[in-house]
Design a protein. Sequence first.
Length: 64
Amino acid sequence: FALYGGEDYELLFTVSAVDFEKIKEHPHITPIGYMTDASLGVQLVSENGEQIPLEALGYNHFTA
């Protein structure tokens, strides 16, 4: 539910790997992951290294 439930209160953005050093210690920015080649798909990697494939889901405000 945390991945697809809505109620998003934080802005998500990406920066290039070379610029990551500039923002990694900022007190109001929380790194949550990194980008890889699109051919690898989208995965959640758990703290113990388990790779869980993710589907593009979400809440659609316009469905009945």
